[in-house]
Write a protein that binds this ligand. Structure first.
Ligand code: C2E
Ligand code: CA
Ligand code: CA
Ligand code: CA
Length: 282
């Protein structure tokens, strides 16, 4: 038994060392990727539930790795957050999203806004208000075209400083959105004090909305509460027409998901817009 214990211990330390090694290797590659700008933004359309009008796009980052090809954010954002690399990466995402929307606006595309994801770590590492202000100035994008997606956990972690922080962002004229609403620590009491424009119902509720009574009730409650507080409500992860019909019944304002479109590379967005049957169609 003693032998076994020692071997098990040995096994664990080896595993841990390997995991730490992999993490470090990833961090090194990520650092290099940021220097060499190996990232691309994909854009997922956001659509009005009532008439199918396109109301904006969400920017979602991908790593275009020479060996692995396109790598999704779930694989590298956590490492970027732990290592602090989220600061330069997030800055690139912000500037690139603003730049791209300006290009589309100058080409006459009807795109009212671009949404950019912010992780709470970014707020700890940098003066986000100053960075956002710079990005707007650099691109010339009017602030009301930029939407910042933050999570409930960010609001909780910032504690007492959260209202002032959000207020200073809001004073720039940008729009503020709470992402993944309903799965984090609930911030219902705070919703009153925060200058929020929109709630995004987490896709886990939408996924089960046809079959699970409680998922549907939660979605319904978020829409009603949001509207009572004069907030817009968007549902994410809509994959089929039945989910959309239920959201229409609940009077949800907008949605995004594979049913409208998967996230697209920038060059594909104008074609998608031209083909999308709005506002009469869906
Ligand atoms: P998120 O902000 O909740 O983004 C929604 C995710 O759901 C995206 O995954 C999107 O591709 C995916 N999705 C969209 N429609 C559907 C659908 O109909 N069904 C299903 N099953 N999934 C759908 P993605 O692009 O892999 O991004 C994952 C997460 O990575 C994002 O979740 C966000 O938290 C984070 N992320 C992405 N880009 C950035 C960024 O630039 N900065 C930061 N800090 N985080 C980012
Ligand atoms: Ca998001
Ligand atoms: Ca989300
Ligand atoms: Ca998410």
């Amino acid at each position: 038994a003693k032998e076994l214990g020692r071997n098990t211990f040995h096994f664990y330390t080896e595993e841990l060392t390997r995991a730490a090694g992999r993490r470090l290797a990833m961090e090194t590659r990520l650092r290099r990727a940021i220097e060499h700008r190996e990232f691309v933004l994909y854009f997922q359309p956001q659509v009005s539930v009532a008439d199918g009008r396109t109301i904006g796009v969400e920017a979602l980052v991908r790593w275009n790795d020479k060996e692995k090809g396109l790598v999704g954010p779930d694989e590298f954002i956590p490492v970027a957050e732990e290592s602090g690399l989220i600061a330069p990466l997030g800055l690139w995402v912000l500037k690139e999203a603003c730049r791209q929307l300006q290009v589309w606006r100058h080409r006459g595309l009807a795109l009212p806004q671009v949404a950019v994801n912010f992780s709470s770590q970014q707020f700890l590492l940098q003066d986000v208000t100053a960075r956002v202000s710079e990005a707007l100035e650099l691109s010339g994008l009017p602030p009301e075209f930029l939407e910042l997606e933050i999570t409930e956990s960010l609001l909780m972690r910032q504690g007492d400083s959260a209202p002032a922080m959000l207020r200073s962002l809001k004073d720039l004229g940008v729009r503020l959105v709470i992402d993944d609403f309903g799965i984090g620590y609930s911030s219902l009491a705070y919703l009153r004090e925060f200058p929020i424009d929109r709630l995004k119902i987490d896709q886990s509720f939408v996924r089960d909305i046809e079959t699970d009574h409680s998922a549907r009730e939660i979605a319904s409650t978020v829409v009603a509460m949001g509207h009572n507080l004069s907030l817009e409500v968007l549902a994410e992860g809509v994959e089929n027409v039945r989910q959309l019909e239920i959201l229409k019944m609940l009077e949800c304002d907008a949605y995004q998901g594979f049913f409208a479109s998967a996230p697209l590379p920038a060059e594909d967005l104008p074609g998608w817009l031209a083909a999308w049957p709005s506002p009469s169609g869906r």
